[in-house]
Design a protein around this ligand. Structure first.
Ligand code: NDP
Length: 331
């Protein structure tokens, strides 16, 4: 039998946490043969709710779930974890300045970085979900220098999956037959969902999405804005944010990272930029990646047309500004 893997979820009593922990306990994240021990962290005002989630996990009698740690103590939460999914963060509230929200999150991610660095298992893989996800991940990286930079990522898989979903609806094809969309840049409204290399499996072989959709105006316009604004559309419809799909995407992100992407398929992940595609190095930026043996690699050599170039640069500029704002909160 396999040794259990310890998975940390911060903000575990929140909406995404509530959708995510049962998925992890069922094997959706790491596979149906991988036992897990869940570490759930939340802040003291949420401690009672967190205990309720723990009670439900016990009641669900998940065969793969070998233990639950539910705590408000960051050190206890981080001790020995192999995977850390950072969902907890300070929410944007009406009337708050951007800098104030950033400053709250910088201090949260700074202290959690230190706890992970000192207490997590060696080679712990980190996924940041809480917004501003890219910049929170960057702060975590800066304050956990002994964790390899390649182990610190942020979630853009939800945007990636939303793009697959839009193409599948438009063409009336199965979503599993659509692949290789790309989300470039920031997990924000400046992200660039790119279909220039995306394909669909058809009875007569793989076809480019552009050839099948035959509507560049839609692909360069409404498609992009729909993906960018999907989160807001769901809040409007549900009066609550998109927790189910965010949790599912977090599982997809970790599963593909750990178990590998299928041959010929890439996914989008926010990763530490090495300057590929002339994206400034030193930002956490979403790229197309393939994964093998627990490591991601940026897909190289894709052609970038002028339309795309502008969009890659714009979202990169936003991330550089966020980085500067985050650093200004440190002093
Ligand atoms: P959610 O579980 O809905 O969201 C958590 C975070 O994920 C938010 O930052 C949210 O960003 C972000 N996020 C990223 N992608 C998505 C998406 N597609 N849909 C929705 N959210 C997304 O928030 P809750 O308020 O329900 O739960 C947050 C938990 O964090 C609470 O239990 C709270 O106690 C805890 N918390 C922990 C803190 C800490 O660790 N110090 C500080 C504050 C809270 P966005 O805000 O942009 O929606």
């Amino acid at each position: 039998a396999k040794e259990p893997v310890r998975v940390l979820v911060t903000g575990a009593a929140g909406q995404i946490g509530y959708a995510l922990v049962p998925m992890i306990a069922r094997g959706v994240m790491l596979g149906a043969d991988q036992p897990v021990i869940l570490h759930m962290l939340d802040i003291p005002p949420a401690a009672e709710a967190l205990n309720g989630v723990k009670m439900e996990l016990v009641d669900a009698a998940f065969p793969l779930l070998k233990g639950v740690v539910a705590t408000t103590d960051v050190v206890e939460a981080c001790t020995g974890v192999n995977i850390a999914v950072m969902v907890g963060g300070f929410p944007r509230k009406e009337g708050m300045e951007r800098k104030d929200v950033m400053s709250k999150n910088v201090s949260i991610y700074k202290s959690q970085a230190s706890a992970l660095e000192q207490h997590a298992a060696p080679n712990c893989k980190v996924l940041v979900v809480a917004n501003p996800a890219n910049t929170n991940a960057l702060i975590l990286k800066e304050f956990a220098p002994s964790i390899p930079a390649n182990n610190i990522t942020c979630l853009t898989r939800l945007d990636h999956n939303r793009a697959l979903g839009q193409i599948s609806e438009r063409l009336n094809v199965q979503v599993c037959d659509v692949k290789n969309v790309i989300i470039w840049g920031n997990h924000s409204s400046t992200q660039y969902p790119d279909v220039n290399h995306a394909t669909v499996k058809t009875p007569s072989g793989e076809k480019p999405v552009r050839e099948l959709v035959k509507d560049d105006a839609w692909l360069n316009g409404e498609f992009i804005t729909t993906v960018q604004q999907r989160g807001a559309a769901i809040i409007k419809a549900r009066k609550l944010s998109s927790a189910l799909s965010a949790a599912s995407a977090a599982c997809d992100h970790i599963r593909d990272w750990v178990l590998g992407t299928p041959e010929g398929t890439w996914v989008s992940m926010g990763v530490y930029s090495d300057g590929s595609y002339n994206v400034p190095a030193g930002l956490i930026y979403s790229f197309p990646v393939t994964c093998k043996n627990g490591e991601w690699k940026i897909v190289q050599g894709l052609s970038i047309d002028e339309f795309s170039r502008k969009k890659l640069d714009l979202t990169g500029e936003e991330l550089s500004e966020e980085k500067a704002l985050a650093y200004s909160c440190l002093t």
